[in-house]
Write a protein that binds this ligand. Structure first.
Ligand SMILES: Nc1ncnc2c1ncn2[C@@H]1O[C@H](COP(=O)(O)OP(=O)(O)OP(=O)(O)O)[C@@H](O)[C@H]1O
Length: 320
């Protein structure tokens, strides 16, 4: 897949000297859903705002669909739709007028059929004549999406699209984002809901303190850093681990009733067969077992708390 957005050596120093972005280079691929994750203040909105031409870069270059976002601003901006974090729109206008007007701002000829299609898709057609101020928060957010789509952009930025919306609307939004992707729209979303990135993204980028810490395909990331756990429910509680087992990546939980084994799901040897032999030798019986993958949320927390440890999950110390 080719890059639809290319960011090279981007820096942003705000007035007052604060460096919000530090030498960011990043390609967004045509047709992907890219989730940009990062803690509060990491620089997500700054990065999006620069790509969308709302904030000026201090240095570096960005192209959107081949257009330089500074030299060729109009052409670049016409390719992009932005759903900002804040709901900002004129409350006295009707839904239909607002969305139709947005399209006009980009110099696109009127297309009532297209506007109707997006309003229907966003379940807003029934509300087309309602004033925006009379809508619920979730519906206002849908209007923001309709506005962003009004000029048929090829790239859509969603800055915290589901902040403060209920579970049902969140699911609807996810469906809608997937539909847009199927139509070929490239989607970049920032989110604090890791579950959202885990559910939707093709690739994940993590930004922390103005620097890109990692960019990876979601499935590869889950495999690479997704250390697994095997939990065994014991027949009889253990007060301490037998000495011979203390060098294994094992811990006791649930007042000694649970034995937890950590292993690298990517490793050639998980060590599980060896573990079972050792448990048998020590007469440690279990009645149930489950294995589970480390969630993206746990991976994310470990990345932003100690970014130098991104390269590998801990290896298990035993071989099967
Ligand atoms: N106009 C501004 N002037 C000075 N500093 C700013 C300005 N806008 C943002 N910053 C600072 O730049 C840093 C990055 O902010 P930004 O809004 O890009 O972060 P974010 O990752 O989007 O955070 P959040 O998840 O909280 O929305 C923050 O420390 C913020 O205080």
């Amino acid at each position: 897949m080719s890059a639809i957005i290319s960011v090279s050596n981007l820096n942003k120093v705000y007035d007052g000297g604060f460096q919000a972005l530090n030498n960011i280079s990043l390609d967004i691929l045509q047709g992907e859903i890219f989730a940009l994750l990062g803690p509060n203040g990491a620089g997500k909105t700054t990065l999006i705002s620069i790509i969308c031409g709302i904030v000026n870069p201090s240095s570096g270059t960005i192209s959107a669909d081949g257009h330089d976002i500074v030299r060729d601003y109009r052409a670049a901006r016409s390719k992009i739709g932005l759903v900002p974090q804040e709901l900002c729109t004129d409350g006295f206008e009707s839904v239909l007028a607002t969305v139709t007007f947005s399209r006009g701002l980009f110099g696109k000829p009127p297309n009532a059929a297209y506007i109707e299609q997006i309003l229907r898709q966003l379940s807003l057609w029934d509300k087309k004549d309602a004033r925006i101020m009379s809508l619920s928060g979730g519906m206002k957010r849908r209007v923001m999406i309709a506005k962003a789509l009004s000029h048929e952009p090829e790239i859509l930025f969603l800055d915290e699209p589901t902040a403060g919306v209920d579970v049902e609307l969140r699911r609807d939004m996810w469906d809608m984002v997937r539909e847009l992707r199927e139509r070929g729209v490239t989607i970049i979303l920032t989110t604090h809901y890791i579950e959202e990135a885990e559910e939707m993204a093709d690739r994940i980028g993590v930004i922390n303190k103005g620097e890109i810490v990692l960019v990876e395909e979601k499935s590869a990331l889950m495999d690479k850093l997704g250390q697994k756990q095997l939990r065994l429910q014991l027949q009889r509680p253990l007060e301490v681990l037998p000495l011979e087992l203390q060098s294994y990546p094992l811990s006791l939980g649930n007042e000694g009733m649970e034995l937890i084994y950590h292993f690298d799901s990517q490793g050639e040897h998980t060590g599980i067969a060896d573990l079972f032999r050792r448990l048998d030798e020590h007469g440690i019986d279990y009645k149930d077992l489950q294995s589970r993958q480390r969630s993206l949320e746990e991976i994310f927390v470990s990345l932003v708390s100690s970014p130098q440890q991104v390269s590998a999950a801990p290896q298990s110390e035993v071989n099967s």
